[in-house]
Design a protein around this ligand. Sequence first.
Ligand SMILES: [Mg+2]
Length: 412
Amino acid sequence: MDQIIIHVDMDAFYASVEIRDDPSLKGKPVIIGAMPHERGVVATCSYEAREFGVHSAMNVKEAYRLCPQGVFMHPHFEKYKFVSGQLHAIWDSYCDASEGVALDEAYLDVTRSAGTFDRAAEIARTIKERTLNELGLTCSVGVAYSKAAAKTASEEMKPNGYFEIRTQQDYIDLIIDRDVSVIPSVGKKTTEKLHEMDIMTVRDLLDRQEEVIELLGSHGTMCVQLASGIDVRQVVPYRPEDAKSISREITFQEDVFDYGLLSDVLFLLAMSVEDRARRHGLHGSGVVLKITYSNMRSITRSRNTASCQSATAIHREAVSMLMALNRRPVRLIGVGVYNLSQGSVRQMTLDDLFDLQIGGGSRDVRDELRRLRGIYNYDFEANLDDILHKEVMHRVTEHMRVQRMISMSSAP
Ligand SMILES: [Mg+2]
């Protein structure tokens, strides 16, 4: 199906909002995250700060070393969420469906509402104008034939940019001589692995498709597809910040009766739930477990708890509910957090989560991932960026299921 998709992404969102609201910050390197003497990482920084080499996910201490004159601030999520609502109100009026992927970023399906790329380009211009005139903020907009291409397009001319990628061939032409990390779903670790094999550019990857698939398995197949400009994903109307819960679930290819495996899969799902909640500045106050048995009967169990802001805590609650259930073959398992609220994200929590992403602390999670590696013969830690993608997680859990069957059948 031919699609026309707009990807809109605010420029340095948190920092831009702070600068808009306090013009004395204009032109200064504004760094949002934590104070230099605190543990923490950079959530967003202004373009002036980027010139010093500061970037998001960087340790705040490192940011301070690079840019001691920076204006360091804590994030104000309530404010960003409010502005996000205003942004979505503008964006949503131009599309058939919109899918928020963060407070400041969304995919808009304009296939029908625009009808043509020329008209979509007009809509994109209007969105940029209204965002600036009504909210005093700049954004970058990409228009393309697929979600992946639209995202690439919006990054192309950042900040305050506009770019179009009308066809699959245009997309390939644009990225073919770039580093493999340009491909969506190729995270940091996958990039390293490919580089080690001297697969540096998209061209290298397309020339050596068989090796890539051999190296990365089904994830490799997906990378090759995306590198070829194939992306049939649709815009799913969903705004997590409006949702009452955030959940993730997995359907197994074959029913699972191994509750140890279910518990381990729940850990990956819990990490993903936590990741999504964090990216939207949300936290829950309850954990829900969902199971569909092989006879298609579904049950949910939930538990209110204030301590469900880390993957390990979500996992702990979910497993304790799982273990209280009657044991029957399971077809689907899912976990979520509910009673979501915004803001008041404690600094420690943010730190812990970010640390995990940038390869720092969060020892519990690392220990657990190492334990899983021993069981499933898969380097979860190294592939963390990628696993959190839905498609990859599905494949990884299948790998786990198969590994577990093999080891069970060869046990004495
Ligand atoms: Mg942004």
